[in-house]
Structures are given as structure tokens and as C-alpha cells.
Design a protein around this ligand. Sequence first.
Ligand code: MCN
Ligand code: MOS
Length: 767
Amino acid sequence: MSLTDSPAKYGSVAGSETASGPLGRAALRGDGSLKVRGAATYALEQPVEGVLHCVLVQSTIGAGRVAAIDRSAAEAAPGVRLVLDAGNSLTLAPMPDFFGNTPPGDSYVPFAREISFNGELIAAVVADTLEQARAAAALLEVTYEEARSVPTFSDPRAGEGRAVDAMTKEWGEPDAAFAEAPVRIEATYETPREYNLPIEPHGLIVHFEADDRLTIYEPTQWVDGTARNYAGWFGLSFDAVRIVSPFIGGGFGSKAQGLPHSAAAAIAAKMLGRPVKLAVTRPQTFTAYGGRPATRQTLRLGAAADGRLLALDHDAASETSVTGTFTETLGIVTKMMYAVPNLSSRQNVVPVNTVLPGPFRAPGKNPSAFAFECAVDELAVELGMDPVDLRRVNEPDHDFETGKPWSSRRLLKCYDVAGEAFGWAGRNPAPRSMREGRQLIGWGMAVGTHPVYAAPGEATVRLLANGSVEVSSSAIDMGTGTYTILAQTAADVLGVPVEKVTVRLGDSRLGRAPVAGGSQLANLMTAAVHKTALAARDELVTLGLTDPNSPLRDQANTLTVADGRIGASRGGAISVGELLAATGRDHLEVTRDTLPEADRTPEERQRMFSTLAGRGALPDLPVSRHSFCAHFIEVRVDEDFGTIRVSRVVTAFDAGRLYNPKLAESQFKGGIVMGIGMALLEEGVTDPRNGRILSSNLADYRIATNADVPEITTISVGEPDYDATPLGGKAVGELSIVGVAPAIANAVYHATGRRVRSLPIKLDDLL
Ligand code: MCN
Ligand code: MOS
């Protein structure tokens, strides 16, 4: 199938074959040299004159209320401009987050009186210098009426929680099928709280230039969605708010929404009429944003003697806060991964005294795959079958959850290629059977997957007289490579070298873009730029053929555009600049979006980009779209000390067409490194007495470092999938973390004979 087939399906993306142009090449990151040279300006480095500094004050109890805050000493401290708490704060209009949760009540104040978790924002101090603000914040005298908190869902008082209706799914006759299945397993798996921890913590500089014009420098994965938050809070129009976010030091899901500290800084800026800067400290990031909630999943699998799955029962629970609902969608992988004729899946959320959890790399899919892919390994042991063979037997010819055919699913190919590269055939299946000296060697494998999401995007393309091209959009690049792949896309369509294309991103004044979340942005924005660049090329050709002053006027209808020149295919080409000059222009500019053509008001169109409603704006496709990968991992466990080292990783990926294989490989490797951390290191630890987060720094909350990471081999088996997306790519960013932790847990079982079902796997689990 060629790209020309796609417009009908998407209603919006014009097609042409892009063949062997710049898109798809392993180009270097366009922004790389700026970052290496320190020339990329991050939000808090923006040179804003006259900034005041804001410091946050947080609750030190896990539940109860603030009885009083004595502000007198803080207010009298040197340099202090404002002490803010629930008593004197401006009130804002409540805004729903992008999942639709709206804070209770008809007004919103980011400072709490009723305390729902330890570390909740209760006050802020603004002073001339950061040191003054910090010193004054320490002078606030807070009196509490403390209540007993329920810090985690392991606390017996947390109870069962409430069912999430959307997570209940059943087909076939799971109970009967399980009862009759000749081979059965049942096991419970747990994952702890996990935190996003981008290297650049949250923070912002915010300035009301007039009462009704607001500028914010803040790292965000979603310029449009975050601008909507500020506009809503302050009752401003969307256009009155400008967010500038050209560089982002990582987000991993944590930077996609307006958070209470952002509201606090903006209130201070409004009340003082001065720019305010707020840098969330590393410990504060653990409560400024929730991260992944703790999860618990019980799986029952029933299979025939030949390994065919007959029944699956999935009972899940995840934590949420007492004030809002975030659902870590735990059944998401379970329902679509294999051919399961009888299934029952359900999930509760359990409110506890925590900050509201939120998206964290591969939300839902990641813990879902941990439980399921471990359970499948346990079933393989029970059946005496090779775990790859068991998966092959259960490879589904369509998506059992939706009933739709796959747009593409090259998972069998992943098994072949990665298994071969890893040497899986040489595995002795018996636990503790492979060793080197004191080291027990374990080989484990597991599968990962990620859906392909869709939303509209908008881009602007400018052709300049000097033959260069400018591409712009409010999409963002948090280290993923958006700048680079959009330059490649425009270069591809317009026949210019990538170096001639400049890309501007991360400014809410530019074309609308959806959230860089759900690993969707690359596919959506390459499609938007592709469509826009084609339109720009068409306009150029029309100009050449029809403008009275065009030297190319009245040519046969065969003008081509390549290498910055336009002309008839047989000679006679002139430069784009010459054509623009002859026709009295210094540039040609085109803006297009990928919303289906429909009557929508500007406000409705805006909503499609700044809320998740945009996902509903595109037609439902008749295919099920997912990326896949298969991880093969070797661990070495010291027999005496129980220390676990990951010594080899080979992963094959089916993520469709890769727009830039070098950057995709970085994404794949980054996810695998995070998966190693998830399996062996990462654990948010709370004080059971009061919910205080004890691991709120990078020493106690351990993430994988170079010493933990072995040689990683990544192999792409993807082929362009034009049924999945207009340019044939599938999801990349979050794919590779999914399945790493179960592959490691399965390898640890193979090495030691010990089945550890709770992450992270620690050496004490093995002694
Ligand atoms: N890519 C490609 N071919 C494709 C798809 C993607 O070459 N078919 C490459 C491109 O370089 C693209 C990158 O992979 O820029 C990621 O593309 P995509 O999968 O569309 O993901 P997004 O652009 O939507 O980025 C968000 C995604 C998410 S949701 C999280 S969480 C995450 C991730 O990206 N956070 C990251 N990767 C991250 N990488 C860095 N460095 N920092 C983060 O915070
Ligand atoms: Mo990614 S957690 O979907 O931003």
C-alpha cells in the first residue's frame, strides 16, 4: 500500500510517495549542538528582568487541617514581598485536568487548608532573592489539627476502593473455562510508587504584562493544554496567554498539565505585578506531581495442555488520591496481547493520602505487562513449555478486545530475530542450570506493546527567498527528536537538504499541537508537516504557473520543486527565490491542520487541540493499531550475595516505519534503561505513620546509572504501516520500557528458581 492511499482513510492528509528522501535517515539531532554547548535556553534560564523568587511551603502532616499559619515573622523578614496562603490568595476558576477531573467547588485556590497528603502546598513566600524567600519560608509557624492518614493502599484501613466502570470487561465464559482448564496458575503481582524525575525539575517564570496578558516560561509536554489551564484559571482568552517552552529537560509524563505550584506562582505574579520565578526543588517534585501509583494485580490463567490460553481472569487495584481519580489502566495489555477466548478484567482505585498520581512512561501498559508477562512465564513453567513457544501458540490473528484486525503486528518476527541474535536456542530451561563460577545465569524474555493514539496537529511552513524553509508548530521536543524529524519531513517533501530547514517549536503562538504524551507526537506532527509542506509546494507551483510576472508562466503543467529550484522537468528551472522575487514576494507561507474538514468554530477547533477531546475528533479506524517488541534479557545473580546484574539485552521492535532510526534507537535504549531501574531499583517509600515520602531524592530513590546498564542491542523489524498512521510509523517513545521488568523477573527466576512477584526485585528476595 502506498502513501497515496492514506488521505481517504484520514480525511485530511494529502498523500504522495516520499521514497528515499531525508525522512527515515539516521540524521543527527538538530538541537544537539545547542544543548551540548549550553546554548539551549531552558525555562528558568530565560533572561527576564526584575524577577522575584517564590518558594513553596508544604504540609508536614498526611491528613487533617491547617489550624493557623503565623506569617508575622516571615512577612517582616528582609526582602519579602508577599506571603501567600489560602487566606489571602486570589481565587481562580477550577479547571479540569485533561482526564476531565475538576477540583471540587466553584473556585480553586492552590493552597490547602484541609490536608489530604503529606507535602501538599499550603503557602508560598515571594522575596527579592531566592535565599530571602527560602529563609522567610522557614519562619512560617504552621499549627495543624492532625488526623490519622492512610498513606498507602497496603494500609488495611485503605479498604478495597471503588470499581472503575470503564475498566470492567468480560467476554466468553471465563469462570467455566477456568474451572475446566487442565492447566491453571494464579498469582498476585505488585509494583511500588514510581516517580518521573526528569533531570530538569518543574518550575516556571510567569509574568502578567498587563492584567489581561500573561507570559509563562515553563517546560511543558503540551503548550496548548497548559495554556488552556492558565487561561481558564484566570478567566482569560486562550490568545491572551503565551507559553514559551522551546527546550525541556525531560518530562516522562509529568509535565503535561498545569499543577498547583504553577497556579501559585501565577497568582503571586498577578498580585505583585512583577515577574515571578519558581523552581520546584528535587524533594518537592515527589509531591508536586504524583508519578505512577502503586499497583496490585491478581491473574488467573487457564490453558490447554498444548499451551492454548482458555481463560484469563484479571483483578487489579491501583492507588489514587482522596481528592481525585487517576486510573493506572492495568488491564490494557492483558486484554489485547494474546488470543484469549474467555476473559474477565476489572479494576478498583483505592483512595489514599497521596498527591494525585498521573501519567508515567507507558501508563497502564507498563505494570499491566509486568503482571501478565510474568504470569505467562509461570504458565510456561507449569506446562513445561518454552516461553517463546507458548507465546507463539497464543499469537492472535486479530485483536480480541476490539474484534478488529491488526494494522500490523510483527511480533513473531520479533521473536525470530531477537531470539536468534540472543542465542535463545541454547537455553537450558531448568532453573539454576546455567552458571559461570559463583554467578547463576538466567535468561528471560517478555513482550512489550504500546497503542498508536491519534489526535489532530497543525503546522506552518514558510518558503523563503534564499531557498530555506521554516517549519513551526507549538509541538514540543523534550529530548525525543521532534525538531529533527519535522525538519526531515519538510526537507523530504520540498526537496531541500535538512540543513536548509529551521524548525520552531514550543510556543503557544505557533500552530496548534496535541500533547507529547502517549507516544503519539511523532506520527501526528510528521503528518501535519507533510500535509502543510505539500500544500506549500502546490502553492509555489501554482504561483509559477499562473502569476503574470512568473518566468515559468504558461509552462506545461509539469513544474517540479527540488534543491531549492522550481521549473519544468526538462531544464529551465529557476531558484525559489527568483520566482518569489519576480512575483513580488519575499516568502510564501502555508498553515494546515489534520482535523477532518468540518464546520467547527475557532473555539471548538481550539478545544480539539487543548483537551483530550482531540482524540475523538479523528475518525475511528477499522484496524487495531499497536507497536510491539520482544525483550530477551540475561541476568547474573551472585549465588552468595544475591546481587543481580543485567548482563545482556537484545530487543526486537515493530514500531512501523522509523522516521529517524538513530533517534528511535535512543528512545528504545532509554526505555530499556528505565525498565532496568523499574525491575531492580526504583521504589517510592513512604512513612507508614504520616505518608511522608522518605525516598524523595536521587540518592534514596534509585534509578539505573551507567554501571547498571549492559550492552543493549536493538533491532527494528518494523515496516511502514500506512493503516496505522499517514506516514507509516507507530508509537516509539514509551514502547521499550514495556516488558523489560517482566523479562528481568523471568530471567531471575531462571537463574535462581525464585519467583519474585513484587518490584523492585532486591537481593533480600533471593537469600
Ligand atoms: N520516532 C521515530 N519513528 C517513529 C516514531 C518516533 O523515529 N515512527 C522517534 C522520533 O525521534 C520521535 C521519538 O521517536 O521524536 C518519540 O516519538 P513518539 O513515540 O511519537 O513520542 P512523543 O514524541 O509523543 O514523545 C512522548 C513520549 C512519552 S509519552 C514519554 S512519557 C517520553 C518519551 O516520549 N518521555 C521522554 N520519550 C522521552 N525521551 C526523553 N528524552 N525525555 C522524556 O521525558
Ligand atoms: Mo507519556 S507518560 O504518555 O507523557
